[in-house]
Write a protein that binds this ligand. Structure first.
Ligand code: DI6
Ligand code: FE
Length: 432
């Protein structure tokens, strides 16, 4: 067991206790580092798996990392305001959950029982349950109820070391309720120190008001997107491209408007069947395509060409008792970066543990623990279009997590519980 009760000692440089005017410099020493530097990015640890440095140190200044390396190579006169000894604990980049549907009302435990009795996810959806049952519960919740519940969910993720979180709308499906979901998502970042990236997902399901008029719904949703964008509520645009949801041609109409507005796109693609959504998304240089169980060889090549990240969601695979695996070997061979996320939602992935997803990515999808880890750090950052985080490197944000573990593989191995002991976001320690 590693002792993570860190000794805290303030180092005053001139013997006085005055508050420094320059950003505070903090030194973390006595830590094992997983930097996730690699040959292409350079950086300390790039020559080792996970970017590992067994006896490492990190210096942060204000919100940023300014030095990473072996403790034995610390600059001789590194002037710091505070110094922490990690006692051998593991320091990693803050985890990034690049795909969640965190804002919703109600739950779907009844549907879970139905599915265990043999009714399929698609049948439940066609009968007006599934996503639509959560839409009804979300519309009837108050904004403060939605905020309170979503904040509790985000807090659970934060306690595991998650420092950046993507949140999609998609359970409102009207101008008013989609706007409200995005507003709630934005407000989470006012309550908690996390970074929240919001994604507009109006094309999640066809609401009954538009039954038989899917194209009209697409037209309406485009007007909502313009308004949401004008209000600064949207960071990206997503859609559910599937035979029970929207066709590639319908999604492409929304993506064209996203492009015009300068918003990046991502896609729920090939989750239940191969509808060719990935190839369409590639034409819009999608940041990511997500799920991908039914991705074809052509789809893999389209992703390779467009540089999209494959966001794999083992929680949904597990919960739906899916047996078709995403084409991991083909993605790996094509050099498509793979991210791992919770897909937290009440229907197909009611998990609030990104740490458990590390384990499931290995056991169910046969990723290596290192691939899974890169999937919740460096590749997850890329799936969100964020270039200032996801690794421990000078110049990046000081978003880090400290774990009661000696090696990152320990966290992919364990099932349940959290080994996270401390979280630092933008250089500030978060009270857990
Ligand atoms: N795919 C999913 O797994 C979630 N959304 C989607 O497009 C499921 C959403 C739900 O069942 O509520
Ligand atoms: Fe999803």
């Amino acid at each position: 067991m590693v002792d993570v009760g860190l000794a805290r000692r303030t180092v005053t440089l001139d013997g006085t206790d005055t508050v420094p005017v320059t950003p505070r410099r903090r030194l973390w020493r006595g830590v094992a580092l997983a930097t996730f530097a690699d040959a292409s990015s350079g950086g300390a640890g790039a020559d080792a798996p996970y970017g590992l440095i067994a006896q490492g140190a990190v210096i942060t200044e204000g919100a940023n990392i300014v030095w990473v390396g072996r403790e034995s190579e610390l600059p001789a006169h590194a002037a710091v305001d505070e110094e922490y000894d990690g006692g051998g604990a593991l320091l990693t980049p803050g985890l990034i959950d690049a795909h969640t549907h965190l804002v919703y009302g109600g739950d779907r435990a009844t549907e879970f029982e139905q599915r265990l009795q043999g009714v399929s996810y698609e049948d439940i959806a066609r009968a007006g349950g599934g996503i639509m049952s959560t839409v009804r519960a979300t519309r009837s919740a108050t904004e403060s109820q939605l905020l309170e519940q979503a904040t509790a969910r985000a807090t659970a993720l934060l306690h595991e070391g998650v420092t950046t979180l993507e949140i999609k709308s998609g359970y409102g499906l009207s101008a008013e309720h989609e706007r409200r979901s995005l507003t709630v998502a934005r407000r989470i970042a006012e309550t908690l120190p996390l970074t929240v990236r919001t994604t507009s997902l109006a094309l999640h399901a066809l609401p009954p008001e538009f039954a038989g008029r899917a194209d009209d719904y697409v037209t309406e949703s485009i007007a909502w997107l313009r308004a949401q964008h004008a209000e600064g509520l949207v960071d990206a645009v997503d859609a559910f491209c599937e035979r029970i949801a929207f066709s590639p041609a319908q999604v492409a109409r929304v993506f064209a408007v996203a492009r015009e507005l300068g918003l990046p796109v991502k896609l729920h693609a090939e989750q239940l069947s191969d509808s060719g959504g990935t190839q369409m998304a590639a034409e819009f240089a999608a940041l990511s395509c997500d799920h991908l169980e039914y991705l074809s060889a052509n789809g893999v090549q389209a992703m390779r060409r467009s540089g999209s990240v494959a966001v794999l969601l083992p929680g949904a695979y597990y919960m739906l008792r899916e047996t078709q695996l995403p084409p991991i070997a083909a993605l790996r061979e094509a050099g498509v970066p793979m991210a791992i996320a919770t897909d937290h939602n009440p229907g197909t992935s009611p998990t609030l543990s990104l740490q458990l997803m590390l384990n499931m990515a290995c056991t169910l999808f046969r990723l290596t623990p290192e691939e899974a880890w890169r999937g919740v750090t460096v590749h997850a950052a890329r799936a969100l279009g964020l270039h200032d985080r996801g690794r421990l490197m000078p110049g990046l944000r000081a978003d880090v997590a400290l774990f009661d573990a000696a090696h990152p593989r320990d966290l992919a191995y364990r099932i349940g519980g959290t080994a996270c002991r401390r979280v630092i976001i933008a250089g500030q320690e978060v009270a857990l």
